[in-house]
Write a protein that binds this ligand. Structure first.
Ligand code: C5P
Length: 282
């Protein structure tokens, strides 16, 4: 009898704050960021097989490669090599999150496949290898591997977990105006001005001083992001809203589920082309 597939959620990543401090010599940027994660996201399943393979379904599956150009396959191959296992996996990705949209996407998928294969291949005690692989796959992958509220420094890969109980289960609405944005392009348009570091309270409370320094360059490239933020900020019961990562997805945190649902209903009527996801912080 074939075993039931194992399953992992690639939780959508949200930068509650993203302070850009400096452009470094290697072209990357030194950041201080507050990562949080949604309960929902893409879904990955895996079944034991002799080789690594990937199939993709879902709203945003179109045009996604299922070979080594997909970070899911790169991550699986890297883990296989690092641990020397001969096992394979038939992987399936249900792509529910928009691609190139500032909420993790490929990074969250790559992190989820690492967590998944550790379970499928029963790899224990490989934490150091995971950390090294995660870092090599992208700046956001280590945070996505953790998928818990944390403070990120450096390129965003140096992490410190935070006590975030006051934010847990907070109703969350994600909105994307339907335009993909390449991360490197947005960073390249940052104006180079250091607007100051990110000081966090512990336990963490929502702070009106949080900002995303990539919001202005992203709006310069995709003006619709300004419309999304204006709409979100005009809704009743919204406690905090901003753009996530390099955009174009924006988020609103709400005090009550009813307010989030009312905002989602209104915005899906007034802007039927926008992508919306109702979730909560984990
Ligand atoms: O690491 P990742 O592949 O996700 O980054 C994509 C691009 O985003 C990089 O090539 C770089 O241009 C930009 N980036 C940056 N500074 C960071 C993270 C990403 O400039 N801290």
């Amino acid at each position: 009898m074939t075993e039931a597939p194992v399953r992992e959620t690639a939780h959508a990543k949200i930068n509650l704050a993203l302070h850009v401090r400096e452009r470094m010599d290697d072209g990357y940027h030194r950041l201080e960021t507050l990562f949080a994660f949604a309960e929902d996201g893409d879904v990955l399943t895996a079944q034991a097989a002799s080789d690594i393979s990937l199939t993709i379904s879902g709203q945003f599956a179109d045009g996604l490669p299922s070979d080594e150009r997909n970070l899911v396959v790169t991550a699986a191959n890297a883990l296989r090599v690092a641990t020397g296992t001969a096992a394979g996996a038939a992987l399936h990705l249900e792509k529910k999150l928009p691609v190139a949209s500032g909420i993790g996407g490929g990074s969250a998928d790559a992190a989820a496949v690492l967590r998944l294969l550790v379970r499928l291949w029963k790899l224990d005690g490989c934490e150091q290898q995971f950390a090294a692989i995660a870092k090599s796959l992208g700046a956001d992958v280590p945070a996505c591997l953790l998928s818990e509220t944390c403070f990120g420094e450096g390129r965003g890969e140096r992490l410190r977990p935070l006590s975030a109980a006051p934010l847990r289960d907070r109703p969350l609405l994600l909105i994307n105006p339907g335009v993909a944005l390449e991360t490197g392009r947005v960073f390249a348009d940052w104006d180079g001005r250091d607007r100051g570091g990110l000081v966090l309270s512990e336990p963490l409370e929502i702070d009106a001083g949080w900002r995303n320094d990539l919001e202005a360059p992203a709006i310069g490239l995709v003006p619709e992001i300004g419309d999304v933020l204006a709409e979100l900020r005009g809704r009743s019961g919204v406690e905090f809203s901003a753009m996530s990562g390099s955009g174009a997805t924006c988020f609103g945190l709400f005090e009550r589920i009813e307010d989030r649902d009312a905002a989602a209903e209104k915005l899906s009527q007034t802007n039927p082309d926008w992508w919306l996801m109702m979730s909560s912080l984990r």
